[in-house]
Design a protein around this ligand. Structure first.
Ligand code: KG4
Ligand code: ZN
Length: 339
């Protein structure tokens, strides 16, 4: 009988300190996330120095908690996997050094993982992957369409040329004086309003799967300022609904088109913005009519940053023979296609 494979994952690329253990690539046995959102809220965004400091404080506590939840010991773990990049360098360094120390002390293999590979692999904790597949990655730092022909192979067929979708959500939320992170607040407001305000959609050149959200963000800000100057009242609910509709129109149209062009079997949604209720509903509605493509969207807790997704992607890389050594460094510019 094949021995069970236990992989430990560590994630500290932004504002969550997370440790998870997963079994055979698909089963979560522990998943601990210590969020710092409360500490960053009053600054309206993540403050890198504060993030690093919190990661240092939380790292060992989170690790101990994950091991105690899982009821396995470090001896049972087959490999230590960790987010190597992209992300905030000081934040990444805490996880990378913890993983290296753990690997060195235990003699276990070390595997560096790309953060976005993790977001995509959160889907494997829900459903086995079938190739070719397309993943729509929408997070605070990334908006990408990623084509996968097999495990561990990533081809970026479209990406944002300026702001990421989540970044646009957070900036628009800030203009509306909503707390950080703004995405969930805009999502909630959007459901209370109507898309009555005409906002642009950046389709870009014919055939391009790239995205651009900075023009839309500026249009929202201009709409608010113009109204203010004229002493007119704009309902924030309607502005949120109009902004959300514009983002979703572009994301969903390009995803459906690419899914058909590349004849994929599955479409996976990944990243924090995948928690968006409007986006989830629209994708479900569009793909319902396309019978040979299966749409998978992870539950909310697996959409935002966590370490189970890092361990899931790490399992595949480990099985493919990837090993990192103790010279591994945090790499804020790590390339998804090269790992
Ligand atoms: O993937 P993630 O947790 O962190 C990064 O790797 O960036 O994504 C965080 C982003 C934030 O910009 C947040 O505002 C956005 O995801 N977000 C949402 C929603 N929930 C989180 N955006 C829109 N609607 C939501 N419901
Ligand atoms: Zn993320």
């Amino acid at each position: 009988m094949k021995k069970d494979l236990y992989i430990l994952g560590i994630e500290t690329s932004c504002d969550e300190t997370a440790v998870a253990i997963i079994k055979n690539g698909t089963e979560i046995v522990a998943n601990v996330v210590a969020s710092q959102i409360e500490s960053h809220k009053r600054f309206g965004g993540v403050v890198p120095e504060i993030a690093s400091r919190h990661h240092v404080e939380q790292m060992t506590i989170t690790l101990e908690e994950a091991l105690s939840q899982s009821k396995v010991t470090l001896d049972d773990i087959d490999a230590i996997t960790v987010t190597e990049g992209p992300g905030l360098v000081g934040a990444l360094l805490v996880g990378v050094n913890a993983a290296k120390a753990l690997a060195f002390a235990s003699g276990k293999p070390l595997v560096g993982v790309h953060h976005i590979a993790g977001h995509i692999y959160a889907n494997r904790l829900i459903k086995e992957m079938e190739f070719p597949l397309l993943s729509l990655v929408v997070s605070g730092g990334h908006t990408e369409l990623v084509l996968m022909e097999e495990h561990g192979s990533f081809k970026v067929i479209g990406e944002t040329r300026d702001d990421a979708a989540g970044e646009a959500y957070d900036k628009v939320a800030r203009t509306l004086n909503l707390p950080y992170p703004g995405g969930p607040h805009i999502d909630r407001l959007a459901h209370e309003g109507q898309p009555t305000i005409d906002l642009p959609r950046a389709w870009l050149e014919e055939g391009s799967y790239d995205f651009s959200f900075s023009g839309l963000k500026s249009a929202v800000i201009n709409t608010l300022h113009n109204a203010e100057q004229k002493g007119k009242q704009i309902e924030p609910e309607n502005l949120a609904a109009s902004f959300q509709e514009s983002v979703i129109d572009v994301l969903v149209t390009k995803t459906v088109k690419a899914a058909k062009q590349y004849k994929v079997k599955q479409v996976l949604v990944a990243g924090g913005v995948a928690a968006n209720k409007g986006l989830r509903a629209r994708l479900e509605q569009e793909f319902e009519g396309i019978l040979d493509i299966e749409l998978i969207i992870p539950p909310l807790a697996l959409c935002t940053d966590n370490a189970a997704m890092i361990a899931a992607a790490g399992t595949v890389l480990y099985e493919k023979g990837k090993r990192s050594d103790l010279s591994m460094n945090a790499n804020p510019g790590l390339d998804l296609e090269m790992q």
